[in-house]
Design a protein around this ligand. Structure first.
Ligand code: AHR
Length: 776
């Protein structure tokens, strides 16, 4: 095989292609990247966040030979934005009486010799001579370090530094007191002094460093569904993510219910996000809600869209405005008079339906008029194909949005099958932001396949502007979603194999693509069968569904088979109708949902539970019909349309399978017309790029096959001579291998360097490997 790279001509710029996506799920912020060690620091946890939460979540009484009554009071707290505070009523003085905080995971992580910055607001019912003791201790109450404070009768902020005398990852922060009577506490905080870049209210250093090391070109934040799932009133406890609530003094940032079932302190807010982006050299890419909550179908009346429009404009001013503008001045007050040079903004996340897009248009128009240079990102639905996906794109074309945000989580096989997805996209249209993607899993196989897909993204950088893996962070004890790129607990962190692939591509992105092509290629390997064979099963998706007038037709022979009616009870096994060995067939049936809420499910091509196709009607929120393909237990939504099932209404359903083309009809109307492409392993996935100065060439090669690939690499004459190649390689693992706390770098690139003679040199890319060569 020969791989020829034309180093002489820079092709399309690669811009900000590879970045990261931060969403506070899996406790990515509180209990994660945000350095705060105290959980529930202002006693605001509430069942609205999580049914098990209460105002004293993560706090415990200490009663050694004494007695204390804890009461959380509402009102007259330090800030009316966080209206609760603790009254610790010492009813019987003892050896030790008070409270302690449990932190996250096993407790507070202390490291010997490190200093911790304690702050709290406190007051006492009456001024006493007896001190309040602040201590760090082990889980059994043995004190490591303790200091004393004397509270007065008025709220006052207290601060002190505690130095850890031992390393203990299950420690507690305790506040105990002598004397009787009430002690009031609010906003109890403990930060390690050594945060990332030692910023106050800063980030946890180890996690932040893993992110910085990647060299991401941008960071999308603050989420995903977290952005738009919530009440439209920004003062509501369960409001959407409204950025203005997240800046300014910490005490005045209202604690918020996150849709990921926990409490968000907002200590990591918009100012910190911008600062963090600057610190890691990434372009900030905020995503704001568009006046529409698809999870609860709430939308702002059109004449009440002003606050959302204003939020967008003010955010741009907050990031970029001069210090004499209203919001630029607020940024300066936060500590950053220089602008943050925001250039991207996303409106909405995965919204579907017209109600969103009408609202999107208003925000888009206002931004365009006032800030024509800002690149506006139009959401493109959570699907890779289908009606809502097309609607997102149509809306972007109509508005001339700069970029469309695509999201998909699929099986590794889908990524192999769709490697060429972007080859035919129109370079004159809006660009693609692949704002969320991942194959289901954190094994080496997932990472390897994702690497092959990234080659396709980079090769198409003329249409793909930005791409980031999702989700990014997960605390192992609070998982909402997996897979994730980086895993941690309260004191350790490791990158998944997917992380190392992302990092390799980011660190070696280059500034311009180079044209390259390959000769004498061996054949690609196609996996799977050209036809969809297996059982057909009828079911209810958490619903009772009655199927009648069922007719199966072999489309090649015209032979028909009729079946008796089938009643699928709720939560019952699916009903097996027949096994199909034909390549072209059709199933028709009348279907009525009589009970339940998630509609009908027709399974076909069923080999086992892990390998089958499902046509679902009335899926998420009874909003969709979609076609899902499961391979080895991992699902891919091939296509989606909006559709709601009406109870007790009869639908005539038709499924047509021709080879791997799948079509569905409801009452004669075509819904899906999709292709289940077969996974293909190409002999070698390659792309090349060069830096601005023309002094560094990056060759990326991903070998998914089981064969080593010996390649003659040819660079054009202008690069002739003796060159140094630094080679980063991931290879030699089992496909199912992964990283863990015990073996954090089991799958991580190894680097070596070689002298090469250009224009032509030979290199063997091992089977199942990712290789990046940096030539200088
Ligand atoms: O990344 C996890 C979730 O997946 C995001 O919140 C949402 O945008 C997507 O559906």
């Amino acid at each position: 095989m020969k791989w020829i790279i034309d180093t002489g001509k820079k092709q399309q710029p690669l811009g900000d292609l590879y970045g990261i996506f931060f969403e506070d799920l899996n406790h990515a912020a509180d209990g994660g990247l945000y350095g705060e060690l105290i959980q529930n620091r202002s006693f605001e946890f509430d069942p609205i966040d999580h049914p098990d939460y209460h105002h004293l979540t993560a706090w415990e009484k200490i009663e050694k030979d004494g007695q204390v009554k804890l009461q959380v009071i509402t009102g007259r707290a330090v800030s009316d934005k966080n209206p609760h505070y603790l009254a610790m009523d010492i009813q019987e003085e003892g050896v030790e009486v008070g409270i302690q905080n449990l932190g996250y995971n096993t407790g507070l992580p202390l490291r010997k010799g490190e200093k911790y910055h304690f702050t709290c607001y406190g007051k006492r019912e009456q001024s006493l001579e007896e001190p309040v003791s602040i201590s760090l201790r082990d889980e059994n109450g043995q004190i490591y370090v303790s200091q004393e404070l004397f509270f007065t009768t008025e709220w006052k902020k207290y601060e002190l530094i505690l130095e850890a005398s031992v390393t203990d990852f299950s420690a507690r922060l305790a506040i105990t007191a002598l004397g009787r009577g009430k002690i009031y506490l609010d906003f109890v905080s403990l930060f390690p002094e050594e945060t990332f870049l030692n910023r106050p209210n800063g980030m946890r250093r180890d996690i932040a460093e893993l992110l910085k090391d990647m060299h991401p070109k941008f960071m999308r934040f603050p989420g995903g569904c977290l952005v738009h799932d919530g009440a439209l009133d920004e003062t509501a406890r369960d409001s959407q993510y409204r950025w203005k609530n997240t800046i300014g003094p910490l005490e005045h940032r209202p604690a918020r219910r996150s849709n990921w079932n926990y409490n968000q302190t907002l200590g990591l807010g918009y100012y910190e996000y911008f600062q963090f982006c600057e610190d890691i050299g990434a372009q900030p890419l905020p995503v704001i809600p568009g006046g529409y909550d698809p999870h609860h179908k709430r939308y702002a009346p059109l004449d009440k869209m002003e606050p959302f429009i204003k939020d967008a404009l003010d955010l741009i001013e907050f990031a970029n405005g001069g210090i004499h503008t209203v919001w630029g001045a607020k940024r300066a007050e936060c500590g950053h008079p220089e602008p943050f040079h925001l250039k991207y903004i996303g409106i909405g996340n995965e919204e579907v339906l017209e109600e969103f897009f009408i609202r999107y248009d208003l925000i888009h128009k206002a931004i365009r008029e006032k800030y024509p240079d800002i690149l506006i990102i139009n959401t493109g639905s959570p699907f890779a194909e289908g009606g809502e996906y097309e609607r997102g794109w149509a809306n972007a074309r109509k508005n001339q949005s700069d970029i469309v945000d695509e999201h998909y989580y699929m099986s590794p096989e889908w990524f192999l099958a769709n490697h060429h997805r972007y080859d035919d996209f129109d370079p004159a249209g809006p660009k693609v932001f692949l704002g969320e993607y991942a194959s289901w899993g954190n094994t080496w196989y997932n990472a390897l396949v994702e690497a092959s897909y990234m080659i396709g993204l980079e090769r198409n950088a003329g249409v793909v502007a930005l791409a980031c893996y999702a989700p990014m962070l997960a605390n192992v004890d609070y998982v909402n979603w997996r897979p994730d790129m980086i895993w941690f607990d309260n004191h350790q962190v490791y990158g998944s194999p997917n992380y190392y692939v992302q990092k390799l591509f980011m660190q070696n992105q280059g500034d311009y693509a180079l044209a390259s092509f390959k000769e004498d290629l061996p054949a690609s390997q196609v996996l799977g069968q050209e036809i969809i064979q297996g059982e057909i099963l009828l079911g209810g998706n958490e619903a009772k569904v009655v199927y009648s007038n069922i007719v199966f037709t072999n489309l090649l022979t015209g032979e028909k088979k009729e079946f008796d009616s089938v009643i699928c009870q709720k939560n019952q096994d699916r009903f097996s109708l027949l096994s199909v060995w034909d390549s072209h067939y059709q199933l028709e049936a009348d279907a009525v949902e009589e009970e339940g809420y998630r509609g009908m499910q027709i399974t076909f091509g069923h080999k086992d539970q892990e390998n089958e196709f499902n046509w679902i009607l009335g899926g998420w929120q009874n909003l969709d019909t979609f076609m899902n393909e499961r391979i080895s237990g991992r699902g891919s939504d091939l296509c989606q349309h909006t559709f709601s099932v009406e109870k007790n209404r009869k639908y005539r359903l038709k499924l047509v399978v021709e080879g791997r083309r799948i079509r569905t009809y409801v009452d004669g109307i075509l819904y899906h017309d999709t292709q289940s492409r077969l996974p293909v392993i190409e002999p070698l996935y390659t792309c090349a790029s060069i830096n601005e100065a023309g002094t560094e060439v990056y060759l990326k090669a991903v070998n998914v096959s089981k064969e080593n690939r010996k390649v003659l690499i040819h660079l054009t004459e202008d690069w002739k001579g003796k060159r140094k190649a630094i080679i980063y390689q991931m290879s030699g693992y089992h496909l199912e291998d992964t990283n863990s706390f015990q073996e954090p770098e089991k799958i991580a690139p190894k680097a070596f360097s070689e002298e090469i003679i250009v224009p032509e040199f030979e290199f063997t890319f091992p089977s199942e490997s990712v290789t990046i060569m940096k030539l200088t």
